[in-house]
Design a protein around this ligand. Structure first.
Ligand code: GLA
Length: 744
């Protein structure tokens, strides 16, 4: 008893001392009245409230335990009236924000200024592992409130941020820009990795030094918003990003519409990062009492290079950023490259029979199964008419589904519900549902037009398409949701003239409300996110999906680069990677089946070909590889940590990566020779992420008649594997190797 009492007294005393110290530091140094630290396991984000009541951005980086010095933080840069010219946490245009502002609005009386002051903050910790801080700000003159929301995901070292804008006035205000988040970083130099690429060449990594001025990454495409540039980045300080060393920030915006990421080095050499909805032609008229909520910006921080940035994103993504992130997926045969539009029941049944025999677990019927008055025999017609084509499939979908099921296969189907061909019954019935600019010719793209998802009737229509497909055919277990054009000639017959600029945001919010309704009714159902390949790859859409179609380019060499870029930010478990035929249909390149399998097995393995064309030794190999994937690789791609060992972007012509299970008991090593090499030149691969004191036995799989490591079957400790590494006998272009590591 006595000891407990003593401990309690001691604790109270310590608390009083801390309080006195805080009060002392506040009143004596008097710079900041309040300091708001937001911590994860290894990082801290710190804001403070200065003496003029502004919320100031102080810091985001490695975890700071002792926040007292922030009370005394001072700025050398002053405005008149002794105000600090400091960096606001959410910089609004109006006073003291001479860099790009995160927020700007026109008040009802025409005033262009906003001056936000801190009102209060609180933190909600009711959800385990997440602390949600809400900081209320208000304009000094107008009844405009902005809530700065930050969620800190403790174990994943991820923070997300967004704002809620509330108009408490009796007049409307015009929001001119409303970014989600602002970040300030200070260093000698800044290197930005970002991702670009057109159809069939998505997520190519490019890294550049940011120079003075403003670097912008954005989309104005509205729908296939990441075809071009992806809304994500890695920022490395002082030198180009390294895999395992150095300070790196990762950022990804959860938004599938027009976005802008802006990187401005200001006159004091600080880097200002703004992320959010693209303000381009997107003014938002906020009526009295209305609220506007921006998308979430997701950040992570690493002081151990970009490898940790990716692993943080992957861990967060699997748990919070996608559907079914820890569910082992089924191995799919998709009909597209094997049959395109030319199939009948016999073709499809044959594909299913052959697929089942090699170990495939699900058959997905791609484009071409619908439309009667305007049959979908090519991409000219039928989009919008979601009834089974009775000529091609006279016995209906259930007949095919039953055939799949009787072979032990699940069944999935392709839809593209946001679109319409002019040659369709839907376009005849509802021309007003089409995105259009009155008086102008409607220009098609892949012979199709876009439905206006800002219109609630269109939202209901799309929801009903999906819902009735799934209720009429309850044995459908997967949907591939495609979107094959972007916005041109923007215009909505639903939105009033004064709100045409709302279209971009209203479209994306309309899409999310449809996704949300579908997910509420079908929470565990598998949905693939596809937009001409990886055209809608972002954490806004991914949240509602189990996987994304990474690219229409299935060439394994192209895929090594595409998947490398993709997995810098997005989880491998969601990265659909299909083995297709050779020569490849997109590039014409000829590659061995083993190389195609080994590359696809680093992601969410599937196939995209006519399975009857795999014959002889290839067939034997395919069966073995699929079996290996199920037994050994799938659990590691699903829940393991990715360590990149050799980058295809580096000189040398190799690529290598490793998946390690979280307990460090098993791992899978992949290595690829992507260029021809001169005689005797082999890569030495230094492993990573293993336990240095554990012993691992190495076993090659997918060998295909040739062993590629002298130590195959032998045991090595983690320390040796990570420091000395292993030399692999792969040298010819398109040779590859896969090894399993098991703790002894
Ligand atoms: C898009 C998709 C492909 C395929 C076709 C069908 O291009 O990315 O995978 O589904 O549409 O038309």
């Amino acid at each position: 008893m006595e000891t407990i009492k003593n401990t309690k007294i001691k604790r109270s005393f310590i608390r009083i001392v801390i309080l006195v110290l805080l009060v002392f530091s506040t009143s004596v140094f008097g710079q900041n009245m309040t300091v708001i630290p937001i911590h994860t396991k290894g990082t801290s984000l710190v804001y403070s409230v200065d003496k003029t009541n502004r919320l100031v951005f102080q810091y985001y980086g490695s975890r700071i335990e002792d926040i007292k010095p922030f009370y005394n933080q001072q700025s050398y840069r002053k405005l008149d009236t002794n105000r600090d010219l400091s960096y606001e946490a959410y910089p609004a245009f109006g006073l003291g924000n001479i860099n790009e502002p995160a927020f700007a609005a026109i008040q009802s009386d025409g005033s262009l200024n906003t001056e936000l002051e801190y009102i209060e903050h609180h933190t909600d910790t009711s959800v385990a592992g997440i602390s949600h801080s809400i900081i209320k700000l208000r304009d000094k003159v107008y009844a405009l409130e902005i809530e700065l929301n930050t969620k800190a995901y403790y174990s994943e070292d991820v923070i997300t941020q967004w704002v809620k804008i509330i108009n408490h006035q009796s007049e409307a205000i015009m929001l001119k820009r409303f970014y989600s988040s602002f970040l300030k970083v200070n260093s000698g130099s800044y290197y930005l990795t970002h991702f670009y690429g057109p159809w069939a060449g998505e997520m190519q990594k490019v890294e550049e030094k940011i120079e003075n001025g403003i670097k912008i990454i954005e989309s104005k495409k509205g729908v296939r918003t990441t075809q071009g540039e992806n809304p994500s980045f890695i920022l490395s300080l002082d030198h180009p990003a390294l895999e395992n060393e150095g300070i790196c920030y990762g950022g990804a915006l959860a938004w599938s519409g027009n976005y802008r990421l802006s990187f401005q080095i200001d006159e004091w050499k600080n880097l200002n990062v703004l992320s959010g909805i693209n303000p381009f032609l997107a003014e938002w008229n906020l009526k009295p009492g209305e609220t506007f909520i921006t998308p979430e910006m997701i950040y992570t921080f690493s002081n151990k290079g970009q490898g940790k940035v990716s692993r943080n994103f992957h861990r967060w993504g699997r748990k919070y950023g996608m559907t079914g992130g820890y569910e082992p997926h089924d191995i799919v045969l998709n009909s597209w490259e094997g049959a395109y539009f030319s199939f009948d029941e016999k073709t499809l049944n044959g594909m299913m029979d052959d697929a089942a025999k090699i170990g495939i677990e699900m058959f997905v019927l791609d484009d071409g199964w619908f439309g009667n008055k305007y049959p979908r025999n090519n991409d000219n017609a039928g989009l919008g008419d979601w009834q089974t084509n009775t000529k091609k499939l006279p016995h209906g979908l259930d007949y095919l589904i039953d055939h799949a099921n009787s072979n032990g296969l699940k069944f999935g189907i392709w839809i593209e519900p946001e679109m319409v061909n002019p040659a369709s019954e839907l376009a005849e019935r509802h021309p007003e549902w089409i995105v259009q600019s009155p008086g102008r010719e409607k220009i098609t793209w892949r012979h199709q037009l876009l439905l206006d998802l800002s219109n609630p009737q269109v939202q209901d229509f799309i929801y009903t398409i999906v819902d009735s497909l799934l209720t009429t055919h309850p044995k459908i277990e997967y949907i591939k949701w495609d979107a094959n054009r972007h916005v041109e000639q923007v215009g909505s017959t639903y939105l009033p003239d004064s709100k045409q600029t709302h279209f971009w945001v209203a479209y994306t919010k309309g899409l999310y409300s449809v996704y949300d309704r579908i997910r509420k009714k079908y929470p565990d159902f598998v949905i693939q996110d596809c937009a001409s390949g990886g055209g809608r790859l972002d954490y806004g859409a991914l949240k509602f999906h189990n996987e994304f179609w990474t690219s229409d380019n299935t060439d394994p060499l192209s895929r090594i680069f595409i998947q490398y870029g993709t997995n810098l930010i997005y989880p491998p478990v969601a990265t659909a990677a299909h083995v297709s035929t050779s020569p490849n249909h997109q590039t014409g390149r000829v590659t061995p089946l083993k190389f195609r399998f080994d590359v696809a097995m680093t992601g969410r393995l599937g196939m995209e070909l006519q399975p009857k064309d795999i014959k002889g030794d290839d067939r034997v190999f395919a069966i073995e590889a699929i079996n290996n994937y199920k037994k050994y690789i799938r659990p590691l791609v699903t829940a393991g940590d990715l360590y990149r060992l050799l980058s295809p972007y580096d000189e040398g012509g190799w690529a290598s990566l490793l998946y390690v299970d979280p307990n460090k008991k098993t791992a899978a090593l992949f290595a690829f020779s992507i260029e021809p090499h001169s005689r005797g030149l082999y890569p030495t691969v230094k492993l990573n992420g293993l336990d240095p004191v554990k012993d691992y036995t190495i076993k090659e799989i997918n060998e295909n008649g040739k062993s590629r490591f002298w130590g195959n079957g032998k045991t090595f400790n983690g320390e040796y594997l990570m420091n000395v590494g292993i030399e692999l006998q792969i040298s010819d272009q398109f040779d590859s190797a896969v090894f399993l590591l098991n703790e002894d």
